[in-house]
Design a protein around this ligand. Structure first.
Ligand code: ACO
Length: 378
């Protein structure tokens, strides 16, 4: 084994997995072997979550009972609501979500049930309750009572309803459901790696997902779509795109929403999201920011294309969410309520063949340094 240090573990296999596959040169993404565009066309988020976690497309009965179980677990305990009420309204929603997920572990510890039943029940609870906790924090920070989930609405529509207080148009809800599918899984990205490391210690599932959520929150990972909207607003007009990008690159600053460790072509999810964004704006009104985004993509292609830097999943997702009335600081929690499906799939897979993660390091410090007593230190 080579002891060579690889910054960011680039190209280093950290696990074996049959959950998803990415070909970064060809722009291919598959979940359990099924191309993402087929799922986006024909599946739903919950069916895709089932596929990712249980390694097969559900039968009609399996899907129905999975959906019914999730529907039955959407509500959160009033003590969790009380806890959320005590959070500062100015707090970052991802930190609120991370705290809520950790708190679920207090309310649902492993008791007398089998480990298999606990794993299944925890999977259902996390998928069902995370959207409610995100929406509850949002309503409460606005000074409102939380909006209870509605049993007559599907997973995506119910979340939008709890978050915005308005029942979404069915086509908008379907587009949002596709967004959830597109973000559900993406091999061993930073947050999934975090989940694997925590899972490998046999920590409980709520702790595993708490770790992953914390890792997702950073601007180089799940926080990027919020930064994209901020950037597009800062640019303001199509004419300002080129000077803005050139200035930013001259200052050695990254352009948000472009570039990816694995994709060296346009992220296939960005292509699907752009089509969805286009449809949304055609149906529900034009977006000036979308025009600016298209120009950013064009100029980035000129300035950065030779380095293989193209739009990633975050480039167009924020525009779609904004059109649906989702506040920018909720974009990463929205990512989390989707990616939890992938994290859970990897947690199940890790436990099936577990070995605790314990990498090595390349030590760059000194040896045999003599201790200096405090009295002699200036
Ligand atoms: N803007 C400008 N230049 C970039 C960008 C970018 N967004 N991304 C990479 N580059 C350049 C780097 O400056 C570097 O150039 P150099 O070789 O001339 O020094 C080269 O491309 C390689 O960049 P790295 O930072 O080494 O690439 P890495 O694989 O480590 O980073 C990352 C990938 C973090 C996604 C990066 O592209 C980035 O910061 N993008 C912006 C943030 C973003 O959109 N994140 C979301 C990613 S998708 C997701 O997490 C869901």
């Amino acid at each position: 084994m080579s002891g060579e240090y690889v910054p960011g573990l680039e190209g280093v296999p950290a696990t074996r997995s049959n959950i998803s596959f990415v070909d970064g040169k060809a722009g291919v993404l598959e979940y359990r072997g099924i191309p993402i565009d087929q799922l986006a066309e024909s599946s739903t988020f919950l069916e895709t979550a089932f596929l990712l976690i249980f390694d097969h497309l559900p039968t009609k009965d399996e899907l129905l009972s999975f959906e019914v179980e999730i529907l039955g677990h959407r509500r959160v305990k009033y003590r969790i609501r009380d806890m959320i009420k005590s959070f500062p309204e100015s707090g970052r929603p991802m930190v609120a979500l991370q705290s809520c997920i950790a708190a679920l572990g207090l309310f649902y510890p492993l008791q007398n049930e089998s480990k298999e039943k606990y794993a299944y029940d925890s999977t259902i609870r996390l998928l069902a309750k995370m959207p409610t906790m995100v929406a509850t924090f949002h309503q409460m920070r606005l000074g409102n009572d939380p909006i209870p989930p509605r049993d007559d609405l599907g997973h995506a529509a119910n979340f939008l309803y709890m978050l915005t207080g308005k029942e979404p148009d069915p086509r908008a809800a379907r587009i949002f459901d596709v967004c959830l599918m597109l973000h559900a899984e993406h091999t061993v990205n930073a947050s999934t790696f975090s989940a694997l490391v925590t899972a490998s210690t046999l920590a409980d599932p709520y702790t595993v997902i708490t770790s992953a959520a914390g890792t997702l929150s950073g601007p180089l990972h799940g926080g990027a779509n919020e930064e994209v909207i901020r950037m597009l607003k800062e640019i303001g007009t199509i004419e300002r795109v080129r000077p803005y990008l050139e200035n930013r690159l001259a200052r050695k600053e990254k352009i948000m929403g472009v570039g990816h460790r694995v994709y060296k072509v346009k992220d296939p999810r960005a292509t699907i999201l752009q089509n969805l964004a286009q449809e949304l704006f055609d149906r529900f009104g034009h977006s000036r920011l979308y025009d600016i985004a298209v120009e950013v993509e064009r100029v980035c292609d000129e300035l950065l294309g030779q380095k293989g830097i193209y739009p990633n999943v975050d480039f167009y997702s924020g525009l779609v969410y904004e059109k649906m009335g989702i506040p920018a600081d909720m974009f990463t929690p929205v990512f989390a309520i989707s990616r939890v499906a992938g994290w859970l799939a990897h947690w199940h897979e890790q436990l099936a063949d577990n070995r605790i993660f314990r990498p090595t390091q390349v030590y760059t410090g000194s040896h045999n340094v003599e201790f200096t007593p405090l009295s002699l230190r200036s």
